[in-house]
Design a protein around this ligand. Structure first.
Ligand code: 9D3
Length: 245
């Protein structure tokens, strides 16, 4: 899968993605990442890439000519790409949207800085607008990193069998169960007996029950939206009964 990222801070994106499974996927050519910097198209001595908003007020916008030149450059290199503008006004990112993007051959991500970009550039050059959620970032780059990471791990061959995307929390809509490693006791806190029992059936049931219970406690709206199987409903009822004093 090919990504183009339009950004004033190309190293911020490329360096952040150079590690772990995505870094390896880039090294192996499974994920291709090219950055396009509007600064390259600045023509004046100050290398200006920002401009003042009509109507006045505080804050600047990205300068139109340099931004559009770099988007055009990205489109030439990635002719099949959907162009995504990362912004707080966008559609909230979900795993479903991540899966949708993973089916595309090429995506161009436009990272805003300052107060954002001219509305007409959105109309002319952008296919869709995506947000990470209702909190404030300083620019689109951290969102681009998160999006390439989330989509990249769905590209065939990127994950090993053990961590395959099908096993993810959220692939079945639930939060993950608690995990434990050595030692058996930390500051008086013991690993649950069932995990030491070697009974794989009991362990799977316990993990499922914990996943259902934690989702019910922390994200009740996720459980409400789901149609639980009879077996899941029994496990959740048991968790709720045991969680009451
Ligand atoms: C504090 C400035 N805000 C004034 C109302 C507007 C604003 C402009 C630019 C807020 C954030 C940003 C930069 N954010 C992004 O580029 C961004 C973002 C985000 O802030 N939150 C969640 N997802 C995203 S995707 C891109």
């Amino acid at each position: 899968m090919k990504w183009g990222v339009v950004t004033l801070f190309p190293t911020m994106v490329a360096d952040a993605l150079a590690h772990g499974v995505i870094g390896r996927a880039i090294d192996r050519g499974l994920v291709e990442l090219t950055t396009f910097n509007p600064r390259v198209y600045a023509t004046d001595v100050h290398q200006t890439v920002d401009d003042r908003p009509y109507g006045g007020g505080p804050g600047m916008l990205m300068k139109v000519e340099t931004l559009r030149a770099s988007i055009a450059d990205a489109k030439t290199e990635l002719p099949k790409a959907s162009v995504v503008y990362l912004s707080p006004q966008g559609e909230p990112l979900t795993q479903q949207l991540v899966q949708e993007l993973a089916a595309l051959p090429e995506v161009i991500l436009v990272c805003g800085r300052y107060e954002g970009i001219d509305e007409r550039v959105i109309e002319l050059d952008i296919d869709r607008e995506i947000s990470l959620g209702d909190f404030v970032l300083s620019g689109g780059e951290p969102a681009a990193v998160a999006l390439v990471d989330a989509v990249g791990r769905l590209v065939p061959g990127v994950l090993g069998h053990a961590s395959s995307a099908a096993q993810d929390s959220f692939s079945d809509g639930l939060l993950d169960c608690p995990h434990y490693t050595r030692p058996e006791e930390i500051a008086g806190l013991r690993v649950p007996d069932v995990l030491l029992s070697g009974h794989h059936g009991d362990i799977a049931k316990w993990r499922r029950k914990q996943a259902l219970g934690r989702t019910w406690l922390r994200r009740p709206e996720i459980v409400e939206k789901q149609e639980l199987s009879d077996e899941d409903q029994l496990l959740l009822d048991e968790f709720i009964r045991e969680s009451k004093p």
